[in-house]
Design a binder for this molecule. Structure first.
Ligand code: SAM
Ligand code: SF4
Length: 335
């Protein structure tokens, strides 16, 4: 089983165009150790930016999923202000706001709608970043040639049942050349779709699948899967047995009652930067877009300090209360 896991990891990594320089990898290692230490010690102020950067390149989207975290902010009147372009991205890369090595994930909205997206990816690659995009997949066919040039190391494609016929062939075509992770958002109402999702991933030949849980928003009636769902656990065992030899499988935590005294943890405030075209910083990618913080404080804005402190002290805070990642995990604090 372990050998097979290593083989699948190797298969995924060999499709990436990773930096080759030992100097870059030494720097990545150094930053990684600093990030881990800061998280372990729960430092309120960071001295160095984290390795992982999420760049919001657009507030536009070619879909309007009612469950979407960002549905209130997408395609809004002032979405132009949030459209990243090459100049702004270059300025951000040259600033101290993000780490000079590590991973950059291009995020949105739908990042492939941004007309500078591949210029930004090429620039990031030329500076030895590991690059990734998070997409609904609808524009993959259009950008097939660009993707095959090899500057996108990793693509996460969200699996939406209504679009599977549109993306199936292109994902299958890209899969032998590009590291592809399919992200499927499960909820109580979507559990029955899981076997079809897994089989389609197998047929498309992807390298990885991630099962995320639905995070509640005010516009949607779905219910997150809870950790007492026996049906889920039996399905999880069955699917893991059947497909773990074909691709990597990552299951996210299930929701449990926020009010229970659970151990919680989140590394985002220590290990990830989320930044938009205005240079504003967010605590994490699940944050409502309306709550962008101002970036003047560099790594240590008041909101980030508040969030880190609330975790250090084990105090609940309003800003995180809908997040299932915080619940049911093994780490450091109890509320
Ligand atoms: C916000 S989208 C941005 C990238 C792209 N438009 C897409 O759909 O993949 C990133 C991921 O967040 C997921 N997502 C959006 N709203 C969610 C929610 N309320 N709960 C869980 N995941 C959510 C989407 O399904 C998608 O996989
Ligand atoms: S989940 Fe992705 S595709 Fe759906 S509306 Fe949100 S940003 Fe667009």
């Amino acid at each position: 089983m372990k050998l097979n896991f290593i083989h699948l990891c190797f298969n995924l990594v060999r499709k990436m165009n990773l930096p080759r320089s030992p100097i870059i990898w030494s720097r990545i290692l150094f930053y990684w150790v600093v990030v881990k230490l800061s998280f372990f010690l729960k430092t309120i102020n960071l001295r160095l930016p984290p390795l992982n950067t999420l760049v919001f390149v657009t507030l536009r989207c070619n879909k309007a999923c009612s469950f979407c975290h960002y549905i209130d902010g997408l395609n809004c009147e002032n979405s132009d202000e949030y459209e990243m372009n090459l100049d702004t991205f270059t300025r951000i890369l040259n600033s101290r706001k993000i780490c000079s090595v590590g991973r950059i994930c291009f995020y949105g909205g739908e990042p492939l709608l941004n007309s500078d997206i591949f210029k930004m990816i090429d620039l990031a690659k030329s500076r030895n970043y590991i690059t990734s995009i998070f997409t609904n997949g609808l524009l993959l066919e259009k950008y097939k040639e660009k993707i095959l040039e090899g500057n996108v190391d990793f693509i996460t494609i969200s699996y939406y049942q209504e679009d599977i016929d549109n993306i199936f062939n292109i994902v299958k075509e890209l899969s032998p050349h590009v590291a592809i992770n399919i992200s499927y958002m499960v909820s109580e109402g979507r559990l029955d779709e899981l076997p079809v999702v897994f089989e389609n991933c197998n047929l498309m030949g992807v390298g990885m699948i991630t099962i995320e849980n639905y995070l509640e928003n005010d516009h949607h009636s779905e219910i997150p899967l809870c950790d007492h769902s026996e049906q889920f656990y039996s399905m999880k065992n069955e699917l893991t047995m059947k497909y773990s030899g074909h691709y990597l499988i990552r299951w996210s935590e299930l929701a449990s009652d926020w009010k229970k005294n659970r151990k919680i943890s989140c590394t985002h405030f220590w290990d990830t930067r989320v930044i938009n075209a205005k240079g504003e910083l967010l605590p994490c990618c699940h944050y409502p877009l309306s709550e962008f913080d101002d970036g003047d404080g560099f790594l240590n804005t008041d909101k980030m300090r508040f969030l880190r402190k609330s975790f250090k002290d084990g105090r609940p805070n309003r800003l995180c209360e809908n997040c299932h990642f915080l619940q049911n995990s093994e780490l450091w604090f109890k509320f």
